[in-house]
Write a protein that binds this ligand. Structure first.
Ligand code: ADP
Length: 405
């Protein structure tokens, strides 16, 4: 079965083609046989398309005013030139899309119909920089593959079983009824990490209690009890929770009222301040990148040291709050750019939980071994580094939907 996955961000369109043979999903994720990435931010004058297949890498420029056409150009590289991997696009059996926001409407992946598209469109107010890009991807596929089923896999879906005590904000209840509630994000990644953790531990997911830490440019945690996300740090939007690369995470909401009243901030200015100019970047000034922070600390930069200490503080306090929703902790999972690659972050975080008996093998940790348990043998809590595979997780959902049908 040939499964195409489209993972659209606000300024990028990543895509992978998987070939899954046989009647069961492979235990380990296979490598995609083709990958295409469009970056719309590389320049104001053009977008950049990078394609990888057949051991060859190609790069070309795209017209930034014709995004849907850009996706079609990317798909052409599947059937033409040195990266050709298919004779015709119709060999693709199903297309899966990562969709950031499914609101209260969807608790699992769903085949895309005109009604589903309408809902994704309606939810643009909740995900203004993402849902339009998802619709662009869906429409580009409709143009070239009108008869191929398309599936939406929602970042919010995995958290849809969170208890109301976590989902409802303590503001007048009528706002909950109007959709202002905690949705949670990074669900595909948290779910994949939980399933992979169960595989690595050799135990059924239904027997485990886990905290998964997705630490990339955006950061979130999930408390996962017997396979169900019972709490997560992101909420109504991906701004709530942990300190992130350029996002503030949770702050006293009265700061917003203060800035509006006394410094004449409007909604757009607050949006930029909290989403683009805060977090690590807000403290170190020039970058929200953890690698930069670690380099600057080596050079003795005090602001970088403060940013690191704040990042760890917020991470530890949030892990503490996730613990409150579990009855024990079997494993702490680190994933995404920072979680997978930064030994100092993992070490400083784990040091906060030695009172649970949690202990990591520092030498093992220093090598950042992927899909590996880095806890010491006597630690009652296992600590796993897991390379998140969101695209493969989306492909797996598509595979299941096609098999069910
Ligand atoms: P996104 O959320 O955009 O998918 P990633 O998961 O790639 O982002 O994570 C990006 C973050 O990972 C950045 O803060 C980057 O500095 C950090 N990162 C990547 N490699 C390392 C590393 N070797 N050490 C520390 N941080 C790293």
């Amino acid at each position: 079965m040939k499964i195409l996955v489209l993972n659209a961000g606000s300024s990028s369109q990543k895509s992978s083609l998987y070939n899954v043979e046989g009647n069961t999903l492979p235990q380990q994720h296979p490598e995609p046989i083709w990958e295409g990435n469009i970056d719309w931010t590389a320049s104001n004058d053009f977008g950049t398309l990078k394609v990888k297949a057949n051991g060859i890498k190609q790069e070309m420029k795209l017209d930034p005013n014709k995004r849907v056409e850009g996706v079609s150009k990317m798909l052409e590289t599947l059937t033409q030139g040195e990266t050709q991997i298919l004779d015709q696009l119709s060999e693709i059996d199903i297309v899966g899309h990562r969709v950031v926001h499914g609101g209260s409407d969807y608790s699992e992946a769903i085949q895309i119909t005109p009604e589903v598209k309408q809902v994704i469109h309606r939810l643009i107010t909740l995900a203004p920089s993402h849902n339009p890009a998802h619709l662009e991807g869906i429409e580009a596929i409709e143009q070239v593959l009108p008869d191929v089923p398309q599936v939406a896999v929602f970042d919010t879906a995995f958290h849809s079983k969170m208890p109301l005590s976590s989902a409802v904000y303590p503001i007048p209840y009528q706002w909950f009824e109007k959709g202002i509630r905690r949705y949670g994000f990074h669900g595909t990644s948290h779910k994949y990490c939980a399933q992979r953790a169960a595989q690595l531990l050799g135990k059924p997911l239904e027997s485990l209690q886990l905290i998964t830490c997705h630490l990339g440019n955006g950061c979130s945690l999930a408390a996962i009890r017997e396979g169900i996300s019972v709490d997560t740090t992101m909420g109504f939007t991906p701004l709530e929770g942990l300190m992130m690369g350029t996002r503030s995470g949770s702050i006293d909401p009265a700061i917003l009222i203060y800035l509006m009243r006394n410094h004449h901030f409007d909604a757009d200015q607050l949006d930029i301040l909290l989403n683009k100019e805060s977090g690590i970047k807000g403290i170190v000034g020039s970058s929200g990148d953890m690698r930069y922070v670690l380099e600057q600390i080596e050079k003795g930069d005090e602001q970088a040291k403060l940013a690191f200490e704040m990042f760890i503080h917020h991470l530890k306090t949030s892990i503490g709050s996730m613990l409150g929703n579990l009855t024990r902790l079997d494993a702490l999972v680190f994933s995404a750019g920072i979680g997978e690659h930064s030994a100092p972050v993992r070490e400083a975080t784990c040091a906060g939980f030695e009172f649970l008996g949690l202990k990591i093998d520092v030498e093992k940790d220093a090598k950042s071994p992927i899909d590996t348990d880095i806890a010491t043998e006597d630690s009652p809590v296992r600590v796993l580094i897991i390379h998140t595979e969101e695209d493969w997780a989306i492909a797996s959902e598509c595979w299941q939907i096609l098999k069910q049908n």
